[in-house]
Design a protein around this ligand. Structure first.
Ligand code: AHN
Ligand code: ZN
Length: 327
């Protein structure tokens, strides 16, 4: 993205949600929670897709890693970059980067907000076989969670929550075998960046109260059921998040319904790092095109199919949770 375009989009987001609040007539009872801005989250998503598909071992991937680190740093976080090499199911050696931004780094009471940031190298669920070898823009499947977290980071710089928050952008989630792969299908072919982080935390002896994973939180008309491993390992967190959504009137998006099990990054945070982790993921088993929504692993997973209403429901719900968390 050109520098002028970046400046313009930042200016736009400052104007779109940054308006002053009406003057207070009565004394506020408690400090208000900050206002999540879906336009700003959208701009953070577009800035990522503008690099092109962020497939590991490509220039776009490397340049986006530098940009993500710079964003967290600019937004006042203490940043860590974990560079590492990993092997995939198809014997490709990947150069990867997990990117971490810590708020209130001294606090011993911490929560994690995380999302994968890499793009899948193949749109192998596309209806057109000609697209099966093309990389995915991954506006939803990757960039959306990162965009929501960056917007929350922007708000945390302006108003600190009472607890420590670690924003973790996980690499190499999506280089897993497609349905047509003839070899063994192992869980461990997915979430490679998370597995590295779980074995090598960015801080020695790292602990957190819980983790919330965002995966595909910007699909058109998306909704979220209570994912299986999230309920198994982190039922109270699921209840906290879905309860906050209900309080804000988002129960049509955060459905109070149990969904299926998804082998996603949170699975490894639970089983390897032993930190309770939940997944906000649009998984509706038995859907026609895909259980993860119509653009999943297709070339249509691009910025034109991002839904600001969904971003807003997810962002506002998380703000409600984070600013009510007590040390
Ligand atoms: C499996 O399909 C085994 N896991 C899906 C995890 C995923 C892929 N999330 C985004 N892309
Ligand atoms: Zn994916």
């Amino acid at each position: 993205m050109k520098k002028s375009a970046i400046i313009l989009s930042v200016l736009f987001m400052a104007l779109s949600c940054g308006g002053r609040k009406a003057p207070q007539t009565t004394a506020p009872a408690a400090k208000e929670t900050p206002q999540f801005c879906a336009d700003s989250a959208f701009n953070y998503i577009k800035a990522q897709t503008d690099f092109g598909p962020r497939v590991p071992n490509t220039d776009a991937h490397y340049r986006c890693s530098v940009w993500l680190t710079a964003q967290l740093s600019k937004l006042g976080a203490k940043t860590y970059v974990q560079g590492f090499e990993t092997m995939t199911f198809d014997n490709t050696k990947l150069q990867c980067y997990n990117i971490i931004g810590s708020y209130n780094p001294e606090s011993t009471t911490r929560i994690i907000l995380c999302s994968h940031w890499d793009s899948r190298p193949w749109a192998d669920n596309d209806p057109d076989p000609a697209n099966w070898t093309k990389p995915v823009d991954a506006a939803n499947d990757g960039a959306s969670g990162v965009g929501v977290i960056l917007e929350i980071a922007r708000l945390m710089q302006k108003q600190a929550p009472q607890i420590g928050v670690d924003c973790i952008f996980l690499d190499a989630e999506d280089w897993g075998p497609g349905d047509s792969y003839q070899g063994q299908h192992l869980e461990t072919w997915w979430g490679l960046g998370t597995q590295h982080w779980a074995k090598n935390p960015h801080v020695e002896g790292y602990r957190a109260r819980y983790a919330i994973l965002l995966d595909m939180v910007g699909g058109k008309g998306a909704s979220f059921c209570r994912e299986g491993y999230s309920v198994r390992f982190g039922r109270p967190i699921v209840e906290k998040v879905w309860g906050a959504a209900r309080k804000l009137g988002f129960s049509s998006i955060f459905k109070p319904v149990d969904g299926g099990y998804v082998t996603d990054d949170h699975y490894f945070i639970n089983t390897m790092a032993r930190i309770p982790a939940i997944d906000i993921v649009p998984y509706l088993p038995g859907c026609e095109e895909s259980s993860f929504g119509p653009t999943w692993h297709t070339v249509s997973d691009n910025i034109d199919n991002i839904d600001k209403n969904v971003l807003e429901a997810v962002g506002k719900t998380l703000i409600e949770v984070i600013y009510n968390e007590k040390p």
